[in-house]
Each structure stands twice: as C-alpha cells, then as structure tokens.
Design a protein around this ligand. Structure first.
Ligand SMILES: *Cc1c(COP(=O)(O)O)cnc(C)c1O
Length: 465
C-alpha cells in the first residue's frame, strides 16, 4: 500500500478523541463508534482516498454515490473559487437572481429528457423530495382535486432523511423512530426478483411487481392518488435492479390512472446508468425528477427537482405563489460547481464511457465473480453493482442475519484498501464514472481477495461447509 505524509499535525488518535467527544455522525450508533474510533479520511485523488495513517483506498462507492467525475477535478475547484470570490451567496427569494443558477437551469434543461424545461433548486436530495411532496399536492389542489393527496412509494426505497424523505422511503428501521411515515404516504413491495420472485422468470416477475401499484391505486381509490415515486434502481436498498418489464408497466399504470410519475434520480442521474438519467435507461417519461449527489459530483451540496411541462404549466399559469423554498435554493457557488461538473461530464464523454466501455467491463467482471463459492447472484447497471453473498449457491440458502456476512466482507474490504458497502447480504458498489478498464480490473482483484478472505473466515467460524 502507498503511504503519504499526512498534512495534518494532529495524530489519528487525537482526531478520534475529538470526533468521539463532539461529532454525532449520521446513521450511526454513537456509543459503539466512539468506542471503536472513526477512520479519518484526509485526502483524495481520482478514484483513491488516503486515510490519516497513509493507507491508500480504492473508493468504489464514489464517496456516497456522488463523486461521479472523481476527486481532484481542477475545473470544479476553479469554478467554486471564482464564484466565492465574486459573489459567494445571494438569495433568489425577492425577485432577484444570480447568474449561476440561471446558467445551471439552462444546462439541466439541455441534458434532461425533453419534457423538462424548469427546475426548482434545493440544498439536498431529501429537500428535493420534500419539494416533490409539496408540489404534487399543490398541483392537484390547483386543478381542483384537493382530495388527491396520497403518494405511493415502495418498501426498501431510499428517498432521504427529512420527515417527508424518510416517509417516502420504505426503510422500516427509519419509520420506527419518530412516528413515520407522515399521513398520506403508502408503500408497495419492491421489484426485488431474487427475494420475491424467483419462482418466476425475471420478466414475468417485473409485470407482477408493477401490478402491485395498480392494486394499491384501486385500494386507495384512483381519485385519491397524487403520484408514484421510485428510484430507477434502488440504491441504498442494495442496488436492486428491476426486471426490464417493470418500469414500462409502471408507466402504463400511471398513464391509465392519470397519476404523476416521479423518478428519484439522486443516484441514477448524471451518467450512473450509462444514460444521463436512469429513467432513460428504463424507458419511462417521469413528470418530476429529484436530483442531488452527482449534479455537483458531491464537491458541494446541491439538489433540486426537474419539473416537467405537465406540472410546470399548471403551477406557473394557475398556481399563484408557491409557498415553499429554501435559503439555499439556487445557491450561486453550488450552482457554479454544478455548471462546471455538467460541462466536464460532457467534455470527458462520461455518459458514453459508462454505456460503451466501463459499464460493459464491470458487467464482465461481475460475470466472472459468479464462480465464487460465496456469490449467489451478481448484477450491474452501468457503473452500479451488487454481489449477493449466500451460504449455499446451489439451494440459494442465505446466511442467518446474526452472522452479518456483509459487514464481515466489508471489514475485509476496508482492511485491504477497498471501499464497498454492505446492505444486509448484498455487497454494493457505485465507483466514480471516470474509472478506466484497468482500474476496474484492479478493483476486481481486490474484490476477489476480499471474497476469499470472507470465505476463509466463514469456513473457520463454521458458518458454512
Ligand atoms: C441520497 C439519496 C437521497 C437523499 O439525498 P440527501 O442529499 O442525502 O438528502 C434521496 N434519494 C436517493 C435515491 C438517494 O440516494
């Protein structure tokens, strides 16, 4: 492993002490982390991170699904620096605007599907989904159908962590804390073939899973349903890639009942699937799209909602004042980075790179990993992938939850200079889109070594034969 001298004068132990004393981390058991101590990440370049001990780590999660252009891109650094010097902040509330959000809005309307000609900016993906809830309910109000309030989402979906975001999400553990979901949000089962549909072909299961939406619409009452929201590929839920038949059938059902279709593109947007947006990969025409993460490649926080013509026309021509907005809606520095990021994605041809080169190469790598005794299933979509770890690949038997096989494997990854994430028994990844085929091969060797170490441990501990 390469080592570098840390720029900081504080020792790792010192950082860990101060971290444990004062910093409450997101989605973390505070006490257990304080006991263990955080890993302190101090710098990054391209697809690699370095920690405070000088260890080099291949970041196969792009930070948190966001660093699409990789670390250290000078164009983004320059855009932020220039804007901070010129005008770090001014708001867009009181009939004013600054140039960066105007420029970014124009660019977003170029790279998104043709029905999108307007954007509402937020500070994050969660805020974007709060905006979605406010906007779809307002839309039906303005159209004289105020009873249309119900939004249908899916179990194991992730739509963020604010009250509305967590409610739209389908994470049972999140709902269990804080009295969620808020009223008017209901959930259907996810299109997870391996867990729910293995007795059928993938295509048959895709149609069955989509019709759960129709069942729910009929149960709630078609005149009460405002919208359906889904991630093209469920990210945080474990990179659940739906069968090809799923989304077209969802589109048909939304059309038939006239309900709005919302695509949460926070992960799938900006090239991740080999298309600009995940909805294009799966052939759907959403009315609204939430975005965040990849819009700035995570260099600075920014999110928003693309508002399709169907909704925008009503909101603009009949809606009057929309009583909603954030201090940082259209933050000039964040938007300047967004502009530089989209230009860079275009210049580097990253969407085509994922579609024609990196995505197929990752798919080939995952195909070869299927021969590993621990791997029960391996799937990719663009530069996203998941490996399902199983106890018995012939019967498909899973490890019991107590084993925590994913966390065991994740531990070996961390120890061997690779960041993958564990979601239950699924090992998932979403590496930076700039990744070369040679780097994918390098990652493949690391993955195989970590799977071997996990297998050795599973046998040693008697978890499998
Ligand atoms: C990360 C994520 C969000 C929430 O975005 P934040 O910026 O963390 O608020 C929403 N939807 C999806 C699909 C996400 O992956």
């Amino acid at each position: 492993m390469n080592t570098v001298t840390s720029r900081t004068t504080r020792s790792t132990a010192d950082w860990q002490r101060a971290d444990a004393a004062h910093f409450l981390h997101p989605f973390t058991d505070f006490q257990s982390l304080a006991r263990k101590g955080s890993r302190i990440i101090t710098r990054a370049d391209n697809i690699y991170l370095w920690d405070s001990e000088g260890h080099k780590i291949l970041d196969a999660m792009s930070g948190l699904w966001c660093v699409n252009v990789g670390y250290g891109q000078q164009a983004l650094i320059d855009a932020a620096t220039r804007q901070l010097r010129e005008l770090p902040f001014y708001n867009a509330f009181f009939q004013t605007a600054t140039p960066p959000p105007i420029e970014l809005a124009e660019l977003l309307c170029e790279v998104t599907p043709p029905q999108f000609n307007h954007v509402f900016f937020t500070g994050s993906g969660s805020e974007g989904n709060d905006t979605v809830v406010r906007m779809v309910r307002r839309y039906w109000d303005v159209l004289g159908q105020p009873q249309r309030q119900v939004i249908i989402s899916r179990k194991n979906a992730y739509h963020g962590s604010t009250m509305a975001g967590a409610s739209l999400g389908g994470m049972a553990a999140m709902h269990a804390q804080g009295g969620l979901p808020i009223p008017g949000i209901v959930h259907i089962e996810q299109p997870y073939w391996y867990a729910l549909g293995r007795s059928m072909s993938r295509d048959d299961f895709g149609r069955v899973a989509a019709r759960w939406l129709e069942d729910k619409i009929l149960e709630v009452g078609p005149d009460k349903v405002a919208a359906f929201i889904g991630e093209p590929v469920q990210g945080a839920g474990g990179v659940i890639i739906p069968p090809e038949t799923y989304w077209p059938e969802i589109q048909r059902i939304c059309d038939q009942y006239g309900i709005l279709l919302v695509s949460d593109e926070v992960i799938c947007g900006f090239g991740r699937t080999g298309h600009w947006f995940g909805c294009e990969r799966f052939g759907v025409r959403p009315d609204l799209m939430t975005f965040a993460k990849g819009v700035t490649s995570g260099y600075i926080p920014l999110g928003g909602v693309m508002v399709g013509d169907r909704v925008a026309t009503v909101m603009i021509e009949q809606g009057g004042e929309f009583e909603h907005g954030y201090t940082y809606s259209g933050h000039p520095t964040a938007c300047a980075v967004g502009v530089a990021n989209i230009r860079l994605i275009r210049e580097l041809g990253l969407v085509q790179h994922v579609r024609d080169t990196a995505g197929p190469h990752l798919a080939k790598l995952f195909e070869t990993l299927k021969d590993h005794p621990l791997v029960g299933d391996a799937e990719t979509c663009g530069l996203m992938g998941a490996l399902l770890l199983v106890k018995n690949k012939v019967t498909g038997e899973l490890f019991p939850d107590e084993v925590g096989i994913g966390m065991v494997c994740r531990g070996h990854c961390f120890g061997n200079g690779l960041i993958m994430r564990a979601v239950g028994n699924r090992m998932i990844m979403a590496p930076p889109l700039v990744m070369t085929t040679a780097q994918i091969d390098e990652m493949g060797s690391l993955i195989r070594r970590c799977l071997d170490l996990t297998l050795e441990q599973a046998r040693r501990e008697g978890w499998m034969a």
